[in-house]
Design a protein around this ligand. Structure first.
Ligand SMILES: *[C@@H]1O[C@H](CO)[C@@H](O)[C@H](O)[C@H]1NC(C)=O
Ligand SMILES: *[C@@H]1O[C@H](CO)[C@@H](O)[C@H](O)[C@H]1NC(C)=O
Ligand SMILES: *[C@@H]1O[C@H](CO)[C@@H](O)[C@H](O)[C@H]1NC(C)=O
Ligand SMILES: *[C@@H]1O[C@H](CO)[C@@H](O)[C@H](O)[C@H]1NC(C)=O
Ligand SMILES: *[C@@H]1O[C@H](CO)[C@@H](O)[C@H](O)[C@H]1NC(C)=O
Ligand SMILES: *[C@@H]1O[C@H](CO)[C@@H](O)[C@H](O)[C@H]1NC(C)=O
Ligand SMILES: *[C@@H]1O[C@H](CO)[C@@H](O)[C@H](O)[C@H]1NC(C)=O
Ligand SMILES: *[C@@H]1O[C@H](CO)[C@@H](O)[C@H](O)[C@H]1NC(C)=O
Ligand SMILES: *[C@@H]1O[C@H](CO)[C@@H](O)[C@H](O)[C@H]1NC(C)=O
Length: 334
């Protein structure tokens, strides 16, 4: 369906732009040929990730599954639902929210949430994109590592009334946030109250705590009241950083068979948690695949640039003609 639409779109465009789009489309798909390009209609699955045994790179943590009992189908990594994968090394997944709720009789609902990434996988929660946030007027929220519970971090949020609470302000009144350390693979999120929400029950029955993509988080005063997205247990988006293997480029390159930067036009980049591949300047596509599926030159863009230059020249020539004729006209009048 998606393919068909794209095809129709291409037909309506001029050949020059067609070239550019064709190159972009080849670059965007990114999956191994004969492998599913996407799961559902939203999430594309670029290699080294893949659905099915022949479609992903060797290690099992690049093996995703596509569950089509959902409509549209949804991709999963273990039991984490995948929302987006970028070849620049980010993966967005869906996470539940920890909560702690009260009514006049006491606690009504509460649970902790844990996130556990495979210990051997070179994936870590993104400390640049993901923050820890808590919402509530009687709230103490923690994250601590799965193993050593002494290493907790977190934040506190309180409010006496709604008067001081402001939209978009997450600095301890109704909402608080903390950054997470880099390199974290698994943790528990927990939120508790100081007074069972007894002093704030009229306007705030629940506390929530969650990791979230900071680009997708904006606190609203309404989040404190009832029937919020958090109360309805809607999941939030969390970003992790992935690398291809916990190795340096130099070490990885020694074994040409397993070295993942397969494209002739790819380069290797070291990060704190392993290496990644990327396309060298002027090339786009998937650095983890070779040949036409890999990094390809952006010829079409150059063609477009050339035509713009040509057009400018043409305009200039025309201007000169006009100026020349204007000068001539002036001459006439003398
Ligand atoms: C596709 O993604 C967009 C943006 O993330 C979302 O608003 C939309 O609901 C998604 N569509 C489907 C069918 O999942
Ligand atoms: C990949 O995942 C699928 C579905 O979860 C599973 O059936 C298959 O055995 C896995 N393959 C590998 C190589 O881990
Ligand atoms: C797909 O999701 C449904 C609903 O959550 C679940 O019951 C089923 O086991 C999943 N199928 C696979 C193959 O994981
Ligand atoms: C997926 O991530 C890419 C790059 O980070 C972004 O451009 C794109 O909009 C995202 N797609 C969705 C559906 O969120
Ligand atoms: C509080 O919630 C519990 C469980 O949901 C319910 O049984 C109880 O009646 C509620 N108490 C009040 C005062 O609303
Ligand atoms: C990478 O390996 C080093 C040393 O073996 C280890 O300390 C580190 O935690 C690993 N990092 C990841 C992301 O697996
Ligand atoms: C909170 O509730 C628990 C049990 O429901 C009770 O033991 C505790 O004393 C209460 N704390 C406060 C500060 O109200
Ligand atoms: C805060 O934002 C919400 C929408 O998210 C809006 O309904 C509400 O009126 C705003 N409140 C204030 C005090 O600006
Ligand atoms: C290489 O990795 C570093 C982080 O380790 C990043 O800042 C830089 O943008 C990367 N370069 C490329 C070309 O991806």
């Amino acid at each position: 369906m998606a393919c068909r639409q794209q095809y129709l779109l291409l037909l309506q465009l001029t050949p020059l732009i067609w070239l550019a789009l064709a190159a972009a489309a080849a670059a965007a798909s990114g999956a191994k040929s004969d492998c599913p390009q996407s799961c559902g209609n939203n999430v594309s699955i670029p290699f080294p990730f893949g659905i099915g045994d022949e479609c992903h790179i060797g290690e099992p943590w690049f093996n995703l599954s596509c569950n089509d009992s959902f409509n549209p189908a949804k991709p999963f990594w273990g039991d984490l639902e995948i929302l987006n994968i970028s070849l620049q090394g980010q993966l967005t997944f869906s996470s539940p929210v920890a909560k702690d709720c009260y009514n006049r009789s006491g606690e009504t609902e509460g649970y902790d949430v844990s996130i556990e990434l495979d210990d051997d996988a070179p994936f870590t929660l993104s400390s640049t994109r993901t923050i820890f946030a808590a919402i509530g007027c009687d709230s103490q929220a923690y994250i601590y590592p799965f193993i050593d519970r002494n290493d907790a971090t977190g934040c506190l949020s309180t409010c006496q009334g709604m008067g001081m609470v402001e939209n978009k302000s997450c600095s301890g009144i109704g909402c608080c946030q903390a950054s997470i350390p880099s390199g974290v693979k698994n943790l528990v999120m927990r939120v508790r109250s100081f007074y069972n929400h007894s002093k704030v029950l009229d306007f705030n029955p629940c506390s929530y705590a969650f990791l979230i993509d900071k680009d997708h988080f904006e606190f609203s005063v309404d989040d404190l009241s009832v029937n919020t997205r958090y109360e309805r247990d809607e999941p939030v988006q969390v970003v992790l950083d992935w690398t291809i293997a916990n190795q340096t480029c130099e070490t990885a390159r020694r074994d040409a068979k397993t070295f993942a930067c397969k494209s002739e036009n790819s380069l290797c980049n070291d990060t704190d948690h392993g290496y990644r591949c990327y396309c060298r300047g002027g090339y786009r596509g998937n650095p983890y695949l070779n040949g036409g599926d890999g990094c390809v030159g952006m010829i079409s863009t150059n063609a477009m640039k050339m035509s713009t230059v040509a057009e400018k020249k043409y305009v200039k020539t025309q201007m000169e003609v006009i100026t020349a004729s204007a000068a001539l006209t002036n001459l006439w009048h003398i």
